[in-house]
Design a protein around this ligand. Structure first.
Ligand code: GRF
Length: 186
C-alpha cells in the first residue's frame, strides 16, 4: 500500500471522497492541516487518521513549520503528498525535497485560470471554459506536469453555484483516477 499524506486547509470534500474509494490501494498515513478549525481535521479524526495541525502564525517563518512537516513525513515514511485544498504555497526547498512526490488538484483546465479563484475567474471570462486538472507540483504555482485533466461540459446558462457543483463532481472523479494511475505506474 502506498503511504500517502493529504494536505488540506478547508472542508475536505476531496479528502472525504478519496477515503470513500474502497478500491484505492492507499494507506492514508497523515493529514497535514494549517487551520486548526478546518473540517478536514474532523474527517481525519472520524477515520482514525493521524493529524499534524499547526497555526502558521505561531512560527517565526515558513521554513520553521515546513521543517515540522518534513520531519513528520520522513518519520512516517510517506511516499506521496496529495494536496486537496491546501491553501498555502509550499517553499521551493520543500517542493525540491519531495520532487515528483507532490500532486495537486486545481479547479480549471490548466494552464487557464491559475490561482485561488479559478472557477469564478472562468465564470467571469467570456471564454467560459471550465475544467479540472491534476498535476505534479513544482516551484511554479499551479504549474507542473499535468497528470490528468478534463473539461466540464454543458455549463451554458448555469449560475456560478451550479457550475461550481459540476466542477467539484468532476474533481471527485478525476482525483481517484489520477491516484490509481500513479499507483499502477509504481
Ligand atoms: C477544490 O476545488 C480543489 O480543486 C482546490 O481546493 C478545493 C478544495 O475543496 N484546490 P475541498 O476542501 O476538497 O472541499
Amino acid at each position: 500500500m502506498m503511504k500517502v499524506a493529504v494536505f488540506a486547509s478547508g472542508t475536505g470534500t476531496n479528502f472525504q471522497n478519496l477515503l470513500n474509494q474502497k478500491d484505492l490501494d492507499i494507506d492514508f498515513s497523515l493529514l497535514v492541516c494549517d487551520k486548526p478549525s478546518a473540517n478536514a481535521i474532523k474527517i481525519a479524526n472520524d477515520n482514525n487518521i493521524e493529524v499534524l495541525s499547526f497555526n502558521p502564525k505561531e512560527f517565526n517563518s515558513k521554513a520553521e513549520y515546513e521543517k515540522l512537516i518534513t520531519d513528520t513525513l520522513l518519520e512516517k515514511e510517506v511516499e506521496l503528498i496529495v494536496l486537496a485544498g491546501y491553501m498555502r504555497i509550499l517553499s521551493s526547498e520543500f517542493v525540491n525535497k519531495f520532487n515528483n512526490k507532490i500532486i495537486n488538484i486545481h479547479p480549471s483546465l490548466l494552464p487557464l485560470y491559475k490561482g485561488a479563484t479559478a472557477i469564478k475567474d472562468a465564470f467571469e471570462d467570456e471564454k467560459n471554459i471550465f475544467g479540472v486538472s491534476v498535476h505534479y507540483v513544482n516551484e511554479e504555482v499551479d504549474g507542473g506536469e499535468i497528470i490528468l485533466q478534463d473539461k466540464v461540459l454543458n455549463t451554458e446558462g448555469l449560475t456560478l453555484e451550479e457550475v461550481t457543483a459540476k466542477v467539484h463532481e468532476l474533481e471527485y472523479k478525476l482525483y481517484p483516477m489520477a491516484l490509481k494511475s500513479i499507483i499502477n505506474r509504481g
